[in-house]
Design a protein around this ligand. Sequence first.
Ligand SMILES: *[C@@H]1O[C@H](CO)[C@@H](O)[C@H](O)[C@H]1NC(C)=O
Ligand SMILES: *[C@@H]1O[C@H](CO)[C@@H](O)[C@H](O)[C@H]1NC(C)=O
Ligand SMILES: *[C@@H]1O[C@H](CO)[C@@H](O)[C@H](O)[C@H]1NC(C)=O
Ligand SMILES: *[C@@H]1O[C@H](CO)[C@@H](O)[C@H](O)[C@H]1NC(C)=O
Ligand SMILES: *[C@@H]1O[C@H](CO)[C@@H](O)[C@H](O)[C@H]1NC(C)=O
Ligand SMILES: *[C@@H]1O[C@H](CO)[C@@H](O)[C@H](O)[C@H]1NC(C)=O
Ligand SMILES: *[C@@H]1O[C@H](CO)[C@@H](O)[C@H](O)[C@H]1NC(C)=O
Length: 885
Amino acid sequence: MRKKKRSSPLPLLPLLLFFFSLFPSSTLSAASDGDRQAMLDIAKKLANLPPSWTGTDPCQWSGVTCRSGRIDTINLALKGVSGTLSSSISKLSSLSSLQLQQNQISGPLPSLSNLSDLETIFLHGNAFSSIPNDFFTGLSALQSVSLDDNPLAPWVIPADLAKSADLMTFSASNTSINGEIPEFFGTLSSLQSLRISYNNMTGGLPDSFGGSGIQSLWLNNQQSPTKFSGSIDVIGSMTQLSLVWLQSNSFTGPIPDLSKLGSLASFNVRDNSLTGVVPPSLTSCLTLKNVSLSNNQLQGPYPKFAGGVNADIDKGNNFCNSVPGPCNAVVTALLAVAEGFEYPLKLATSWTGSDPCGGNWFGVNCDNENNINVLNFANQHFPGFISPDISNFTSLTRLILSNNNLSGPIPDTLKMLPKLQLLDVTNNNLSGIVPHFPDYVTLKLGGNPLLGRTSGSGGGSSSSSPSGGPSESSSSGNQPSGSKSSGAVIAGTVVAVLILIACLLAFFYSIYRKKHLRRFGQVPTRTPPNEPELGKIGVMGREMGEIYRQSSPGSANTFMIDPQGMHMSIQSVRRATNNFSEENILGRGGFGVVYKGNHNGTLIAVKKSRVDLAGNKGSNEFKAEIDVLSKVRHRHLVALLGYYDDGNERLLVYEYMPGGTLEQHLFDYNNIKCSPLTWKQRLTIALDVARGVEYLHSLAQESFIHRDLKPSNILLDNDMRAKVSDFGLVKHCVDKQKSMMTRLAGTFGYLAPEYALTGKVTTKVDVYAFGVILMELITGQKVLDDSRPDGDTNLVPIFQRNIVNKDEFLKSCPDPILNLDEEACTGLMEVAELARHCTARVPHHRPDMSYAVNKLALLVERWKPATGNEGRGDASPSFQPQHWG
Ligand SMILES: *[C@@H]1O[C@H](CO)[C@@H](O)[C@H](O)[C@H]1NC(C)=O
Ligand SMILES: *[C@@H]1O[C@H](CO)[C@@H](O)[C@H](O)[C@H]1NC(C)=O
Ligand SMILES: *[C@@H]1O[C@H](CO)[C@@H](O)[C@H](O)[C@H]1NC(C)=O
Ligand SMILES: *[C@@H]1O[C@H](CO)[C@@H](O)[C@H](O)[C@H]1NC(C)=O
Ligand SMILES: *[C@@H]1O[C@H](CO)[C@@H](O)[C@H](O)[C@H]1NC(C)=O
Ligand SMILES: *[C@@H]1O[C@H](CO)[C@@H](O)[C@H](O)[C@H]1NC(C)=O
Ligand SMILES: *[C@@H]1O[C@H](CO)[C@@H](O)[C@H](O)[C@H]1NC(C)=O
């Protein structure tokens, strides 16, 4: 910032003083008349000046230096000066440095135009009220400007500044700048530091930034409604950058490859809408010291930075997991598809968590076996290209990409999708040759002027090869090119392995621990037709009052009336859910959709079954749920408010549970913007669940077995109290002691071994699943997780192995986020013992649910006095955007 052309004025000063002491009044060295008059004008308008500013020769005033009788520098920094700045300043034509920062000078800034020697302007931290248009006109020597923190009237950065070719530093944060970043900041070859934070600016990063020499870039916290927006791609070619502060703006798109930035130290993009996978060039950047990524829509694996990096990453992003490690294969492949589309925000916001079939992943549809069968991204204006990785979804039947802005070719690998029936790419900008798809694939290719055809068919409804080449085979085994056929072979192998696993399942329980995706979903079985179906959806509900049943469950056809006066007709349910609008969807499953509704101010959750698809099986599940819920009432079981079935439409109505699922809070708290559950909350949730299940097991006349206990079926209210939901698989057993043979149902990971092996179901099946949930509460890890070291995908054996050595266990197993003290550790060990007990291999070695209730109740009791006021906020820093710069 110091000027370099001139020798420093400081050594000159004693010399000047010496001369002045010899010749007190005017000499050669005294200010010229013009400058003297200008300085007197300036002094007259300012207040609280240093005492020396009363003398007649300005060259003797403190903070003023002269050269050859001309005023050279004025420095009144931090002197408590007030008043206004006279426009006579523009007459000091030899002025090289004006430093008035950190005072209380107010009023309009005068023009400094034509001060062609002026190199330094420091005016920050005053109360200047406006800046004239020609402020920077003709400042050809300008090197450093700081205007920060002045309450200026809105202004735009004048184009004249482009002529200050030596500009090194421009700093004007918090000065009410409007407009966009001028292109010339990218072409000023000396510019090293640009700071325009806390203004009212809009627009994107100029292309001219690519290749600029800027080292420090502060653009954070724009106050305008739109802020800075668009992509930050150009950052990847700003090779000199060491500091990048873009936080609190509206930037979108992915973080670019940063490998060309050789000295990046501080990278803050917090509070934007960035999407995509955090690039390895950032996580492995060796010069990086501080990084802040929170509150974006970043996707993919949770990033891992080196130990010395000060990293803020874990709030409000959409990483597929909450600790470093790869995403599962389906998510990875979908991310590759999103990457092709340049990671659109719409996909980033809806593709959260790690289960594309379980939630509400935009454009993704799954079949009953949790394989993706439809990808539909019609009418999204997505840019980019069609990712060849789409061919990894071997169950895909329909791929719909119409009305986007996709360019590039249709990937050749798509023709190997064995089940593809429809490819619709109408109205894009695709080019290249259309691959030879099998005859049964319907192709819709219109509106792509650059797309070539291999076949003569002009309509594009289907393509067949007219050439005499190898006849098109619809099987995927014998494609010509090597790499393509290896893809097909792999796809074929995947299908074969799937079938093999399904077959072996009945015989050999441990097969499901082998690496395969499907195991994470529901248990696939071929079912007798009158069994409840397997596709499950999470239901959010809460009891409101007694159910008043108007008809028997067998002929479920009526809506119920709540005795508290809540009467719902099918019309009012439609109204409450905005006619089942897309915005109201809380969750989606193989069988239907759960909608949030607002019924005259009461929040409800409506589970709507797709009768067409569900058929008889869905009907049975529907009736089973009504049957159970009309017989059981418990504080820790969700209750039904009503149901409706007219043969076409089946609805179940619950009160809304605002807290979401235990699964979200345990494994996905970043995405739902919550802090992790504390140990006490986990303990309380465990007790709530145990009580709900105990009640189910111990009803007087008949006992119910839930069969599908898992964190996604445990719903929470605002106080983090839990209720068990989803009773579609509940089994009803008259004699509690006897086991029953049933079709296998439930979810891998939570299935008791004897049940998986033989289909025999007793209440101990629920006890086992409860034990698994306890393990997840303790460790914060999912029961099945591919990313664990040593290929140990199942948590249960690891847990049982580790618990043998208590000290080792406490060191390595509990969720690191819990941060437990010694007393809590003792309690945790007891819960861990209970978890081990509940997951015993032999069913009669497992305790009853009532044992678990007693054990947990004692522990919760013990916790109360010390931690009465334990809030949720304690485990994490605040969500407020940080005030950086
Ligand atoms: C600056 O110089 C230009 C031409 O040299 C002149 O037209 C203009 O009036 C000057 N501005 C001021 C404020 O003196
Ligand atoms: C902006 O400047 C004003 C003074 O003009 C100051 O009071 C305020 O704290 C500054 N805001 C920020 C965010 O720095
Ligand atoms: C930004 O502009 C709005 C009006 O568009 C104004 O109210 C606000 O004070 C401005 N903020 C800053 C920091 O200049
Ligand atoms: C990194 O952050 C720490 C603490 O927030 C701060 O003291 C340090 O100056 C920062 N370093 C850089 C290079 O921004
Ligand atoms: C798609 O499958 C191929 C071959 O099976 C594999 O190499 C590739 O990594 C997969 N792509 C993604 C994104 O998972
Ligand atoms: C479509 O993409 C091209 C670049 O491939 C871009 O120039 C154009 O603006 C985009 N059109 C729309 C409507 O987004
Ligand atoms: C279509 O893509 C070509 C390049 O493949 C590009 O030159 C053209 O501008 C694009 N057209 C539109 C309308 O985006």
